[in-house]
Design a protein around this ligand. Sequence first.
Ligand SMILES: *Cc1c(COP(=O)(O)O)cnc(C)c1O
Length: 391
Amino acid sequence: MSYLAKNYNRKKISFIRGKGSYLYTSNQIKYLDFVQGIAVNSLGHANPKLVKAIRDQSKKLWHVSNAFQIPEGEKLAKKLCQKTFADYVMFQNSGAEATEAAIKVARRYFYSIGKPNKNRILCIKNSFHGRTIAAIYASGSKKMTEGFGPKIPGFDHINFRDTKPRFLNLKNKIKKNTAAIMVETILGEGGIKLIPDKCLKYLRKICNQKKILLILDEVQCGIGRSGNFFAFEQSKVKPDIVPIAKGIGGGFPIGAVLMNKKVAAGMTPGTHGSTFGGNPLAMAVGNSVIDIVSSKKFLDNVKKLSKYFFIKLNGLKEKYPNIIKEIRGRGLLIGIKLYKDQTKFIQKLMDNKLLTIRAAENVVRVLPPLNVKKNELDQALKIINKVCSEF
Ligand SMILES: *Cc1c(COP(=O)(O)O)cnc(C)c1O
């Protein structure tokens, strides 16, 4: 009997300990964890540097109100700005809060320049921006919104197509009252679908032409996951607002909104807040994560591991052309798209002690920690090969 609400269909397994890429059950059964809390534990389990950061900070100060200065947060915000397009940062606690805060920043900007009616956000149909009331209507997915009406107004949708043009009639979808386009640079829950660089550039161009804002949701694909610090960096596109979360905390709940100077001007004192957002404990961990993940050497290694893994996975696709349809993604954000429903496949991988997780469109999501070792990738490949051969 569980007293937890049944909003999750949980697997009947639990873990008591983790180390790097591995998880251990109470009877010491070892699993290769290529879920990592869904791209959250960017540096694996119980990373010594993160353990030290949280331990040291926990002895000093856990929480103070944002009514006071928080030096640890100042430090992390400075690093995030110096390494990216951003001029300012607002800390939150989760991805959904970060995407909603991103929407608030966009709307507030137009309000502050005397255009309060310019407040609609154009999103991709069936994308994912979190589970809060506004975020589910931003996603526009029937499954997520069903039963949670009344519908939150202010969102329009466009389909992201598998064929060119990726966005049909984009210009017509932008109305007089559109404030921003908000998309995930790489659609995560939606099946690890990349928005091609050319397409991102096109989005930026249209936003400039129409004088609207570009919000790139990097909650899942950001913080080194794609092999760049942000996934959009490869396209050289500069967004206006970027919500982040998952990987930046390495397992500790942190969310944030990064923004440029122009839009930040609207966020005057009292316009937004968060009790926990940016507290010293969270910031201590965030600072440790970014120091490791943002180094060129670290990111080059992610790219190198990714290249190797993709070559091998594509080899398996050729070996099992009736099972694997496509290998998708970038960096260590990887989707194995199957021809059939992936549930059984994921179960078989788990029976062989490899943990993965589903995404839409029959995709098996594979999310190793960013500091995964090559021999761990080999071990996963061996298990995937075995499961394919028995399928
Ligand atoms: C996970 C995710 C969110 C929501 O994050 P939570 O921390 O679960 O609220 C938002 N956007 C994207 C792209 C995500 O992958």
